[in-house]
Design a binder for this molecule. Structure first.
Ligand code: CP
Length: 292
């Protein structure tokens, strides 16, 4: 594994190896990297979790984190992403973690760049580190993915989390269901009501409505959306005893999920954040080991 670009680029064996290593880190193992690699985090879109979690993970595996502030970088003066990354390579970076608003921005980096590229989210494309931490959270809960019913509900067509998780979960043996308004279904065969899903789901994964990616901003009622597509307090009562609630966050409380469910017993929303550090430690170690 030289880069982490999308879940489609990972074999099932590579996914399982990262999950196994994440568990080892959670159990207290330390990094096996032989030196302090230099890493920079280039975030051209807002982020709380992913940026901070990568930085924590990088420090925990012994990397030197070189500060990079996208809003004060020369990209604002017209420099291309390629020239920016090549510049960081010449300065001595071994890996860059990038979030950008363009789908598959990384294609322009595959030729001529020798630092490792870790995709921290490309437009409405993929979010592989989020997917891997979601897989880790589900694996910890259920032990395996085989036969699980996983409902992904929300703004499916604009969601990089939905796309990253859908194929990976199916590949690992889960039954993945989608729930959203018709106009957000995209290429996914989706349900438009909770009726067939609420009682059978082992995992309910809620997604934020991504207004910033909507080309046409139609009027949107938070209350109506919550009633129709959100996980309400009433719906939660119909979930299986063993079922869990997930959300990549940031959460819009009382829109996709009732505020009082965010930290309820079956919610794993903040556990996902903690699991993200172990998973990203595994990702960084695996990729940098590939360079040793
Ligand atoms: N889940 C996620 O990507 O969150 P941030 O946008 O805060 O990084």
């Amino acid at each position: 594994m030289k880069n982490l670009l999308s879940m489609e680029h990972l074999t099932t064996e590579e996914i399982n190896r990262i999950l196994h290593r994440a568990q080892a880190f959670e159990n207290g193992e330390t990094s096996s990297l032989s030196r302090a690699y230099n890493v920079a985090n280039l975030f051209f879109e807002p982020s709380t979790r992913t940026k901070t979690s990568f930085e924590m993970a990088e420090r925990k595996v012994g990397c030197t984190v070189i500060p990079f502030d996208a809003s004060f970088s020369s990209v604002t003066k017209g420099e291309t992403l390629y020239d920016t990354v090549k510049t960081l390579e010449m300065i001595g970076m071994d890996a860059v973690v990038i979030r950008a608003k363009e789908d598959e921005y990384y294609n322009e980096l595959l030729e001529g760049i020798n630092v490792a590229v870790i995709n921290a989210g490309d437009g409405a494309g993929q979010h592989p580190s989020q997917s891997l931490l979601d897989l880790y959270t589900i694996k910890k809960e259920f032990g395996s993915f085989e036969g699980l019913n996983i409902t992904i509900a929300g703004d499916i067509s604009h969601s990089r989390v939905a796309k990253s998780n859908a194929s990976a979960l199916q590949r690992l043996g889960a039954n993945v269901h989608f729930l959203c308004p018709e106009e957000w279904a995209g290429d996914f065969k989706s349900h438009h009501s909770w009726d067939d899903l609420i009682e059978i789901s082992d995992v309910i994964m809620l997604l934020r409505v991504q207004h910033e990616r909507h080309k046409v901003n139609k009027s949107f009622s938070k209350e109506s959306y919550h009633e129709e597509y959100g996980l309400t307090v009433e719906r939660e009562k119909k979930m299986k005893d063993t079922a869990i609630i997930m959300h990549p966050a940031p959460v819009n409380r009382d829109v996709e999920v009732a505020s009082e469910l965010v930290e309820c017993e079956r919610s794993r929303i903040f556990d996902q954040v903690r699991n993200g550090v172990y998973t990203r430690m595994a990702i960084i170690e695996t990729i940098l080991q590939g360079r040793e």
